[in-house]
Each structure stands twice: as structure tokens, then as C-alpha cells.
Design a protein around this ligand. Structure first.
Ligand SMILES: Cc1ncc(COP(=O)(O)O)c(C=O)c1O
Length: 445
């Protein structure tokens, strides 16, 4: 006899209703935090799988140690979930009272959603373990919402190890794999359209095919030197994407150098989705994506409730208590206006020093700055990624890096870039200028 026949379904429904009542009655603080999370977290939680618990809302964890954790209503639990293996060693405390990973939202979750919304203007947020993951997930959302198969990226972009984005324009204007990209899943022209930065006509033509779900772009290129947008470019991008029904995803992972809310805040951009990575956890692996209310409403069915996607979007350690605590610790204390007030003038000083040495030596090189990030390039200011890529000079690059390293200056690998933090001093910057000028002296004999 199957359980379906012996179990009285209407009685079960009553039992379930009683349990739901008991749950709600005994978890008033979790209920409050869940309501707070609804303000600025997609599905009310930092990671969608956290909605897959049977109570009316997820319990919120206050502390965990060993095989136990305590929720914010003071109830202590034996934890047989252990963050779905992430805490298999038993919960360890990083700071008194912190849990590491539980598959449940922590007390910091709502704060993080509120703060990201305040900075970037996107209504609803979630956390991922990397910017790569954030980009992968939002591309899935875009295909889901639009029913279109392709994405569009900017020539010579970089958005992490995201298959669809590892593409450039080949010599004939065809979409080809990015040089050095190992083992593409499929020919990238199947998944991706590529357009040059600062070229609105090319964008219009690419999107006119009607098969693109999203344009994923950095607001300024930062992964092939720094290329800034031409006057009016972003307004045109927004108009063109809207006209073609294409979602606009702005990846601020590097361009957070422009200010506390990246270029989106600094330049008043109006994207559908923002991705933010690297520094928001102060070195802890965590990233985030934020969407407008409209996109959030479209995703409700796939990120919330029984049919939520627990395969393609998420990650067991995404939005963990430790990651959420890391974001709160970082964004409540750093990457704030006062830091940028210190970092940006230092970057300007760095760029001015390099520009002066370039001019003194009559070299056809350039230096570009975006907030607290500055980079020199071995050609006059390029207008797009292909121009910048054409000026790549591996030998010169290796020399400049090693020259600096041998004089106790570490430059970012794959870049001639300096990123300034609040702890840098003018003396640090001036030392670079001196070493750079000496390198150029040496080069020109
Ligand atoms: C603009 C941009 N987005 C995303 C990423 C990927 O970040 P992660 O490697 O942390 O996933 C990078 C990495 O450099 C990046 O530059």
C-alpha cells in the first residue's frame, strides 16, 4: 500500500498548517530579518537556494560552532546540513559569534542588500562567489527573460572565465576565440556577437539581428589598457539596447575605481543589471549582482519557491554567512567617499608623473586614468580594444615590469596599471615616477 493511499491528505494539510503556525510564532526575529531582506535582496535572500526551506521564511543564523548553530530567536539547533558540506569540518568561528556557511541567510544579509542598492541604484541583489559566477548567472537570466540565445560583448573585453565572453573580432570581422582561450565549449560565434567599444553603429547593427539577450560590458574598458567612453556613448548604448529589447549589464568589477558606486553612480548610468566583484569582500571570495525591480519581478518564479533553479544559478558557498560578513565589514568601513578622496588624487599624481616622463622623452605613449586606477600604454590613447591590442608589446612590457620589480615596485601583471589604495603615499607614487622615467631613459639610451 503506498503512502499516498494511507496518508490522509486533508489531515496532512491541517498538520502542515499547524506547523507553519508554530514556526511563525517561534521565529519573530527571523521574520523581521526576512522582511528586511525583501527590501533589497532578490527573493529576500543572498542566494536563491536559501528559499528552499519549509517554513514561511528562512530562519536567520546568529552564531554557529561545531555541529550546532543558534538562530536569531535564540534557538539552538543540531546542524546536520552543515552548509551542504561547506561546513563539514564543523562550524568554525572566524570572529566570536560568526557562522561560516549554513545554507541560510545571516544577520548581515539585509544590510548588504541595502548598502549595494544605495551605492549602485539597483533594487535587488544577490551574492556569488566570484564576478565570473555573477556574470554567468545574469547571462542565464537574460536568456530566460528574453527567450533569445546570444549575448553581445565588447571587442577585447574581459568578464572572467565566462565561456560566451571569451571572444574577439577576427581580422575579417568574424567572431573568433580570444587568443589563448583553451577548449571553447562551442565556436563562440554560435553564442556571441562582438562589437568594438565606442562604436554605436556597430552595436545597432549587431543588435538588429534580434537574437541578442544582453549586452555585457564594462562602462570603460579596463582589461586592454583603460579606454574611456566617448562623449554620448553611454546614452546611445542605452537607447540602442532598449530599442532592440536587449538587457544592459554593466560589469563594475574593475570600474569601482571611479567611486563608491562605480561608473554607474558616478556617471548616472541606467543599466538593467549591475555586476560587482573583487574588492567588495576585502579579499574574501565574494561578488554580487543587482537587478532592477522589473527584472526581479520577471525572475520571481525561477529564484523563489519550489521550482527555483538550484542548478544553474547559485553555488553552495555563495552568500555564505562568512561572505556576507566580509561584504558588510568591507563596505561599512572602506571603499567610501573619504577613501576615494585620497586615492583619486594619488592616481592623478601617478598618471601626471608618467605623462611628464613620456612627454619629456617624446614617446608616442599615453597614460589614462579612471578614478584610482591608471595605466600607461605603448601608443597614443586608443579609441577601442582592437587599437589598444595592436599596440601590445610583450618585450617592452616585460622590461618595464622587471625594471620596476628590481627597484621594489610591483606592477599588475598583464597590465601597466597602478591601482591606488588609501594606504599609498605621495612618496610611493613619486618613487614610481622616478623609476618609470629612469626606465624610459634606459630604453632610449
Ligand atoms: C571586468 C571584470 N569582470 C569580471 C572579472 C572576473 O573576476 P573573478 O576572476 O574574480 O571572477 C574580471 C577579472 O579580472 C574583470 O576584470
Amino acid at each position: 500500500m503506498t503512502s499516498r493511499r494511507v496518508i490522509d491528505r486533508s489531515r496532512l494539510a491541517q498538520q502542515m498548517a499547524a506547523e507553519q503556525h508554530r514556526f511563525v510564532e517561534s521565529h519573530p526575529r527571523s521574520a523581521e530579518l526576512a522582511a528586511a531582506g525583501d527590501r533589497h535582496l532578490l527573493a529576500g535572500v543572498p542566494m536563491p537556494w536559501m528559499t528552499r526551506w519549509p517554513g514561511a521564511f528562512p530562519i536567520h543564523v546568529a552564531a554557529a560552532s561545531g555541529a550546532h548553530f543558534t538562530d536569531v530567536d535564540g534557538i539552538e539547533y543540531v546542524d546536520f546540513c552543515l552548509g551542504d558540506t561547506g561546513a563539514m569540518t564543523g562550524h568554525r568561528t572566524v570572529a566570536p559569534g560568526d557562522a561560516s556557511t549554513t545554507m541560510l541567510p545571516s544577520v548581515d544579509a539585509a544590510w548588504v542588500g541595502d548598502e549595494l542598492a544605495r551605492r549602485f541604484g539597483m533594487a535587488k541583489w544577490q551574492l556569488t562567489t566570484s564576478a565570473t559566477d555573477a556574470n554567468r548567472f545574469v547571462l542565464r537570466f537574460a536568456r530566460h527573460l528574453t527567450g533569445r540565445p546570444k549575448i553581445c560583448v565588447i571587442d577585447w573585453c574581459y568578464h572572467g572565465t565566462v565561456d560566451e565572453t571569451l571572444a574577439i573580432l577576427g581580422p575579417d570581422g568574424d567572431v573568433v576565440s580570444r587568443p589563448g582561450a583553451i577548449g571553447p565549449q562551442v565556436d563562440p560565434s554560435v553564442t556571441t556577437r562582438v562589437v568594438p567599444f565606442n562604436d554605436v553603429d556597430a552595436l545597432d547593427a549587431a543588435l538588429a539581428h534580434g537574437d541578442v539577450a544582453a549586452l555585457l560590458m564594462e562602462p570603460a574598458l579596463t582589461n586592454i589598457g583603460i579606454v574611456l567612453p566617448a562623449e554620448g556613448y553611454h546614452a546611445a548604448v542605452r537607447e540602442i539596447t532598449r530599442r532592440h529589447g536587449v538587457l544592459l549589464v554593466i560589469d563594475e568589477t574593475h570600474t569601482i575605481s571611479a567611486g563608491p558606486g562605480g561608473c554607474t553612480q558616478a556617471w548616472g548610468l541606467d543599466p538593467d543589471i549591475v555586476v560587482m566583484g573583487k574588492p567588495i569582500g576585502g579579499g574574501f571570495p565574494v561578488a554580487a549582482y543587482g537587478v532592477t525591480d522589473e527584472i526581479a519581478a520577471g525572475l520571481d518564479g525561477v529564484l523563489h519557491g519550489h521550482d527555483a533553479d538550484v542548478g544553474g544559478v547559485g553555488g553552495t558557498l555563495a552568500g555564505s554567512a562568512m561572505a556576507t560578513a566580509a561584504v558588510r565589514a568591507t563596505l561599512s568601513t572602506t571603499l567610501v567617499d573619504a577613501d576615494y578622496d585620497r586615492m583619486i588624487p594619488l592616481a592623478t599624481r601617478w598618471a601626471d608623473g608618467v605623462a611628464a616622463a613620456i612627454a619629456d622623452h617624446g614617446l608616442p605613449w599615453s597614460v589614462q586614468q579612471l578614478g584610482c586606477r591608471a595605466e600607461y600604454w605603448f601608443c597614443p590613447l586608443p579609441a577601442n580594444g582592437a587599437d589598444a591590442a595592436a599596440a601590445v608589446d610583450d618585450e617592452l612590457d616585460a622590461f618595464m615590469h622587471l625594471w620596476a620589480l628590481n627597484r621594489a615596485i610591483l606592477m599588475t601583471p598583464f597590465h601597466n596599471m597602478a591601482l591606488l589604495c588609501p594606504a599609498h603615499t605621495q612618496a610611493d607614487v613619486d618613487r614610481h615616477t622616478e623609476v618609470f622615467a629612469a626606465a624610459v631613459d634606459e630604453l632610449l639610451g
